[in-house]
Design a protein. Structure first.
Length: 536
């Protein structure tokens, strides 16, 4: 028996709590209606990639799980396994890169007694490890050739791309990276802000075919491999549900690399209440959005969730009662009832803003203030009875004022128009199913604002099949807010620096304060926010 039964994987999922009997009973008729396997129905409904099932099996059997990106092949021992054996019983000899453990026989089916006994006669009685069959097939294709994995679906770039996109969807990945390397290509997914290598590297032929497949779907020129290109595609994933991706290619030393940005839109979940804003900050932001004019800025580095926060702010407004116009680069989410303009070579942020003023707007969103021209039009719009929302690249809320002054804005205009400034970052959330408590040490207590002689337990990451062993699942915002009142407006106009502005603000919630609250509340780990605590 070379293939592991679906029932074995489902039973392992039940035993480790990936799902329960009630969910299983609900999904059985759904699988029959969709004419799919029960495991596929579970995976789709509960957002569980195949990795979760094999991690669960490893946990139930008490065997190590071989993450093919973290284990290395023992090529000398692998060469001893006959090609005929590998074709019918996919397996490899692997060692952990870290930890110094000895070689293991990595198999997709630990119940494959015949295949395991045959392999051990060739390489010795090695301990077992569990690995995913697709990953093993890709690894064997690269190291032993097509003869070692005859008939494998991974040889087909069409099916391989479909599997990669589905894996990215189930893992909630924001980006897919396919990069040419010296002896092939590697695939990485950005999940919760961190890049994760997806399985073993691809053989060069398969990697080149995968990149060509992506370029064809994205409307790129596959004959052009020496110049960067941009494109886009819409690809069906779950039950035909399409996901939109922006695609960019660039030549690298060993071929090409392609990056796919997954454009996500989930209006039902993306609300101010779900972002992680402190309740008092949420209430104050809603109050500020109710003003008829002024500017609200959201600041932070690229990838910190600024656009998501602004989209959530727009959803707080009644699109039927307000005339809302946005200018963006690019339009990441479509909001019903809102007129959204894409910036391009002919229409810039400032051009769109000037045009907006002739369309009787109530609320204007500017994707980003990049220069004085855009900032000047935004300030003038705010003084003529419009609420303006925008983003800026600064590290702190007071730093937004300094940045606007540096690009040429008048201080008296800033003092008169600014209503509030949010600064934000993103931190990974601890997996609620496997997080564990430990005692905080003296340094952690001090940075968390607690007495060093007090007893304090904090949560840390552990790792389980639900979070694919990372210990984290999802991200939450860390926020800083500076609300501009009359006294602070006077200080801005008078030329106060960032430190003076922070001291003058009566309503200033610092990033470090929010980080402490989220660690003490068990939402994230100390290690995730340590840099913000040390700096705040």
């Amino acid at each position: 028996m070379s293939e592991l039964s679906e029932a074995t994987l489902i039973q392992a999922g039940l035993q480790t709590g990936l799902f329960d009997d009630e969910q299983l009973a609900r999904l059985r008729p759904l699988a029959r209606a969709r004419r799919t396997s029960l495991m596929e129905a579970i995976s789709a409904e509960l957002s569980l990639p195949q990795t979760a099932f094999y991690l669960a099996l490893a946990e139930v059997r008490g065997l190590p799980y071989a993450h093919l990106s973290r284990w290395q092949v023992d090529e000398a021992l692998l060469a001893k396994l006959p090609v005929a054996l590998l074709r019918r019983h996919p397996m490899a000899v692997l060692c952990e890169r870290e930890g110094g453990g000895g070689p293991h026989l990595a198999v997709a089916n630990p119940d494959d007694v015949l295949g395991i006994e045959t392999a051990r006669r060739a390489v010795g009685t090695l301990p077992l490890a569990i690995a995913e069959p697709e990953g093993l097939a890709i690894l064997l294709l690269r190291l032993r050739g097509k003869e070692a994995c005859a008939g494998s679906e991974t040889e087909d770039p069409v099916r391989l791309f479909e599997r990669i996109v589905r894996e990215a969807f189930l893992r909630r990945a924001s980006d897919i990276h396919v990069e040419g390397i010296k002896d092939g290509a590697r695939v990485r997914l950005r999940v919760d802000g961190r890049l994760e290598v997806m399985g073993a590297p691809l053989a060069k032929d398969l990697g080149d075919a995968l990149i060509s497949r992506i370029k064809v779907l994205s409307g790129m020129d596959i004959a052009e491999a020496r110049a960067p290109q941009d494109g886009g595609l819409i690809y069906p994933v779950q039950d035909g549900e399409p996901i939109e991706m922006r695609v960019a290619s660039v030549p690298v030393k060993f071929g090409e690399r392609v990056t796919l940005r997954v454009m996500k839109s989930d209006p039902n979940r993306q609300r101010l209440d779900t972002l992680g804003l402190p309740p008092a900050m949420t209430a104050r932001l809603r109050e500020t959005l109710g003003h008829p004019h002024g500017i609200v800025l959201v600041t932070g580095p690229t990838g910190s969730g600024k656009s998501t926060t602004l989209y959530c702010a727009l959803r707080e407004l009644d699109a039927d009662s307000f005339n809302i116009l946005t200018t963006e680069d690019p339009i990441e989410q479509v909001i019903p009832g809102v007129s959204q303009v894409q910036v391009n070579a002919k229409v810039g942020f400032a051009d769109a803003l000037r045009s907006f003023l002739r369309h009787d707007p109530d609320v204007i969103l500017v994707g980003e203030i990049r220069d004085l021209d855009t900032a000047d039009v935004a300030l003038k719009a705010a003084t003529t009875g419009h609420m303006v929302l925008s983003t800026l690249h600064t590290n702190s809320a007071p730093g937004a004022i300094t940045r606007l002054v540096d690009i040429g804005c008048e201080r008296f205009m800033l003092g008169a128009t600014l209503r509030g400034i949010l600064a934000q970052r993103l931190a990974r959330m601890l997996c609620p199913h496997c997080r564990r408590q430990r005692a905080a040490d003296a340094r952690e207590k001090r940075l968390l604002g607690q007495p060093e002689d007090a007893a304090l337990d904090i949560w840390e990451a552990a790792g389980c099949p639900r979070c694919l062993g990372s210990g984290y699942r999802g991200r939450i915002g860390l926020y800083e807010a500076l609300w501009v009142d009359a006294d602070l407006a006077t200080a801005i106009a008078a030329g106060a620096d960032e430190r003076q502005l922070a001291a003058a603000a009566r309503d200033y919630w610092r990033l470090a304060d929010d980080a402490r609250e989220k660690v003490l509340g068990g939402l994230t780990s100390f290690g995730e926010v340590r840099a913000f605590l040390e700096g705040g």
